[in-house]
Design a protein around this ligand. Structure first.
Ligand code: G3P
Ligand code: MG
Length: 258
């Protein structure tokens, strides 16, 4: 059973706002989305921030690695101008800022742990520890109610392409659920999910077949797809048994699309 919203705003506000910023989270909310996906990596000094790319250039002006810069320097960098002058001055935000915003506004989170190369374990650990701290009350209630068994819609869902990052998150915060991200589904997918005690497989809808979807569902896992941008495709994969998906087109696909 999929306890989360079916449709999730990708990177906060899809293509309508600068990705992975608080402006994006506000934009998603304005479009009726109470569910977001976003990407988290560590600054040089170990502070989790929202960022997709490991290097500057596309969404934040500059050159070099994001993971070579400290959080106080990242906090003053413009992450909005690339999309349009109306977003000038929108800053890189921290994971803690987004956690606070989402909790204030009852927004469910799919936290994609996106470590810079070489920082997989540290990123998984830090993101999990902070999440556990912030969701302390919900986690205690969850464990008291059912021993920590999935599902609990009050908790966020971690995901990552990095097995090591998810493993570290599992060690640090075992009761916060995990989904394993993979662009294409390899033969050993079920073994990987078992090793991580993961609850869901997250995959690229472009490469998913109806048979694969059926296999994942029959094995009892959640199945989440990225990034679905037309209603026709959404209806098709939901018909295959896909539980949920994220979209860039929060203007085209309604949050309550059925
Ligand atoms: O988590 C789903 C999706 O965001 C994975 O790809 O590159 O957009 O982070 P990417
Ligand atoms: Mg992502």
């Amino acid at each position: 059973m999929w306890p989360y919203p079916k449709i999730v705003a990708h990177r906060g506000g899809g293509t309508l706002a600068p990705e992975n910023t608080l402006a994006a989270m506000r934009c998603g909310l304005e479009h009726g989305f109470h569910a977001v996906e976003f990407d988290v990596m560590l600054s040089r000094d170990g502070v989790p921030i929202l960022m997709h790319d490991p290097v500057f250039g596309r969404t934040v002006r500059g050159v070099g690695k994001v993971s070579d810069v400290n959080a106080d320097q990242l906090a003053v960098m413009d992450a909005g101008s690339w999309l349009g002058p109306q977003f000038a001055g929108e800053r890189i935000c921290t994971y803690r800022q987004v956690l606070a915003f989402c909790r204030q506004n009852s927004i469910w989170m799919n936290v994609e742990i996106k470590p810079a190369e070489g920082f997989e374990i540290e990123t998984g650990r830090v993101v999990a520890q902070i999440t556990e701290e912030v969701f302390e009350v919900e986690l205690a209630a969850h464990v008291a109610a059912n021993g920590g068994a999935w599902p609990d819609p009050a908790l966020p869902l971690f995901s990552s392409f990095s097995f090591d990052a998810l493993r570290a998150a599992q060690v640090a915060a075992p009761d916060i659920p995990r989904g394993f991200l993979t662009d294409t589904i390899a033969d050993d997918w079920q073994q990987r999910l078992q090793e991580l005690d993961a609850v869901a497989l997250h995959t690229n809808h472009k490469y998913l077949s109806p048979m694969q979807a059926q296999a994942v569902k029959q094995a009892g896992y959640g199945l989440f797809c990225y990034t679905v941008n037309t209603s026709a495709r959404a209806a098709e994969i939901l018909g295959w048994g896909v539980d949920g998906f994220c979209t860039d087109r929060i203007d085209l696909i309604a949050a309550d699309f059925a």
